[in-house]
Write a protein that binds this ligand. Structure first.
Ligand code: FMN
Length: 417
C-alpha cells in the first residue's frame, strides 16, 4: 500500500456553500468495517463510498483525517463495505457514533476475508487497502476488491440533504396510504356484495379500486369455501398488460394507450392482441384468467411476482424481473369460449362496477375459485358476479353517490378514468 497527498491550492469556495451544493447530491450509506490494532471489530458509517475501477476492481471511501475510528482501522489488512438497506436506519445511527464496543450490540459475523460482515446489509464488498491519498481534510482510501456479493436484494438506505430516505422507481411509485382513504370508503359500499359472492362461489372476493393512474388496490376482501387469507388489504395490482383488463376496457382512449405503453413489448402484433382482448372483455362484461402450471411461466410464478410487487421496496432489477413475469403471463388471460363438456381451472374472474357517470368505479374479483369447474358452473359464477356488480352500481346511484364523488375529488386531476 502506498500513501500520497493530493491537496490542491486553496480555493474561494465558502464551506457553507460547498455543503449546501453537495447536499443536493444523494449518497448511499455504508458501514466500512475492519479490525482495530487490538484485533477487535470496528466500523464507521461512510457515505463517500464509490466504485472506481472495473479492471482491476477498485473501490474507494473517504474518511476525514480527524476520524478517530478510521485512525484505529487504517492498519486493518481488510475492509468490508456493508451497503445498508432502507430498513437499517437504526443500525446506521448506532454505527455513526464514535464509541467502543459497538459490535457487542449489532448482528455481525466474522468473515474469511478478514473484516466483519453486518447481517441484513444489501451487499458485502470485501477488499484490502491499496493506496491512501491525503486529499485536503479527507483521505481517499483506494481498495482492491477481493470478493463481493449481494446479500439481500432490497432497496438501499439513501442520505440526502441531511435526511434519510429510500429509493422508489418512478414507474412503481405509489401514492401514500393517507390518500387512499376515499378509495377505501368507496370500496366499503361493495362489502355486502363481496361477502355474498365469496359465500356463493366458495372463493375469495375482492373489491379493487384505482389507487392512482397505474395501480389498483385491494380495498375489501371476503372469504368463502376453503379460500384462505393470503394477502393483506392494500395490496397493489399494477395496471400493465395483461393485468387490469376489466378496469381498462371501460376507460378512455388515453388511459388505454397509457396501459398499452406500460407493456414490456411494443411489438404492433402484441399491442393489437391486447386491443382485441380489451374489446372482447368489454363486449362480454368480464375478464378471466386460467391457471396453468404446465407452461412457463407458471401461474404460481405470476402470483409470486404480484406478491413481490405488492411487498414494495423493489429494486430496479427486481422491478424488471417482476414486469417480465407479468408480461410473460399473457397466455393465462387469453379470450376463451366457455364450452360445454370442458372443465376449467380459473385464476380469477373480474367484473367492473360502473358508476352513475358510466366510468368504472370499482372492480369485483373472484379468485381462489374451486378447481375443475364445468362450463355451466363458470357461467353461473360470471352471472353471480355481474349481478353483484349491478347491485353495487345501484347502491352507488342511490344513497352512496357522495362516496364516489369524494373519491374522485381525492384523486389527482389527471387521473386516468
Ligand atoms: C450518513 C453518514 C455518512 C457519513 N459519511 C462519512 C464519510 O464519508 N467519511 C467520514 O469520515 N465520516 C462519515 N460519517 C461520519 C462517521 O460515520 C462517524 O461520525 C464516525 O465514524 C464516528 O466518528 P469518528 O470517525 O471520529 O470516530 C458519516 C456519517 C453519516 C451518518
Amino acid at each position: 500500500m502506498t500513501e500520497r497527498t493530493a491537496t490542491p491550492a486553496t480555493s474561494a469556495i465558502d464551506p457553507a456553500q460547498y455543503r449546501e451544493v453537495m447536499g443536493h447530491y444523494p449518497t448511499g450509506v455504508t458501514v466500512v468495517t475492519g479490525t482495530s490494532p487490538d484485533g477487535d471489530p470496528i466500523g464507521m458509517v461512510v457515505g463517500t463510498f464509490t466504485a472506481v475501477s472495473l479492471d482491476p476492481p477498485l473501490v474507494a471511501f473517504m474518511p476525514t483525517t480527524t476520524s478517530g475510528t478510521y485512525s484505529l482501522m487504517r492498519d486493518s489488512a481488510a475492509y468490508c463495505i456493508n451497503v445498508l438497506a432502507h430498513d437499517q436506519l437504526d443500525l446506521c445511527r448506532f454505527m455513526a457514533v464514535p464509541r467502543p464496543g459497538k459490535f457487542d450490540d449489532v448482528a455481525w459475523s466474522p468473515s474469511d476475508h478478514g473484516a466483519p460482515v453486518l447481517h441484513d446489509a444489501v451487499a458485502h464488498i470485501h477488499c484490502k487497502p491499496h493506496d491512501v491519498v491525503t486529499a485536503g481534510d479527507h483521505y481517499i482510501v483506494l481498495c482492491e476488491v477481493q470478493a463481493m456479493q449481494v446479500n439481500r436484494p432490497t432497496t438501499p438506505l439513501l442520505f440526502f440533504q441531511g435526511g434519510y430516505g429510500g429509493f422508489n422507481t418512478r414507474g412503481m411509485t405509489a401514492k401514500g396510504d393517507a390518500d387512499l382513504i376515499e378509495a377505501v370508503r368507496l370500496a366499503e359500499v361493495a362489502r355486502p356484495q363481496a361477502q355474498r359472492v365469496a359465500r356463493l362461489l366458495g372463493c375469495e372476493a375482492a373489491v379493487l379500486v384505482a389507487a392512482n393512474d397505474h395501480e389498483l388496490t385491494v380495498a375489501v376482501t371476503a372469504y368463502g369455501g376453503s379460500a384462505e387469507v393470503l394477502e393483506p388489504l392494500g395490496v397493489r395490482v399494477p395496471l400493465m398488460p395483461p393485468l387490469g383488463e376489466a378496469y381498462v376496457a371501460w376507460t378512455d382512449d388515453a388511459a388505454v394507450e397509457a396501459w398499452l405503453a406500460r407493456g414490456s413489448s411494443q411489438d404492433p402484433e402484441v399491442v393489437d392482441k391486447y386491443r382485441r382482448r380489451l374489446q372482447a372483455v368489454r363486449s362480454r362484461g368480464f375478464s378471466l384468467s386460467r391457471q396453468r402450471e404446465d407452461d412457463h411461466p407458471r401461474y404460481s410464478d405470476l402470483k409470486d411476482a404480484m406478491r413481490e410487487y405488492a411487498g414494495g421496496d423493489l429494486t430496479p432489477a427486481r422491478e424488471r424481473a417482476v414486469r417480465n413475469v407479468i408480461a410473460a403471463s399473457s397466455p393465462f388471460f387469453e379470450t376463451i369460449d366457455i364450452e360445454d363438456g370442458e372443465s376449467y381451472d380459473l385464476g380469477a374472474i373480474v367484473v367492473p362496477v360502473l358508476a352513475p357517470d358510466g366510468r368504472v368505479a370499482l372492480c369485483l374479483r373472484a379468485s381462489q375459485l374451486p378447481p375443475r369447474a364445468s362450463a355451466s358452473v363458470v357461467r353461473e359464477w360470471v352471472d353471480t358476479l355481474k349481478q353483484a356488480a349491478e347491485d353495487i352500481a345501484e347502491k352507488l346511484d342511490e344513497g352512496n353517490r357522495s362516496a364516489y364523488t369524494s373519491y374522485l375529488q381525492a384523486m389527482p386531476g389527471d387521473f386516468m378514468m
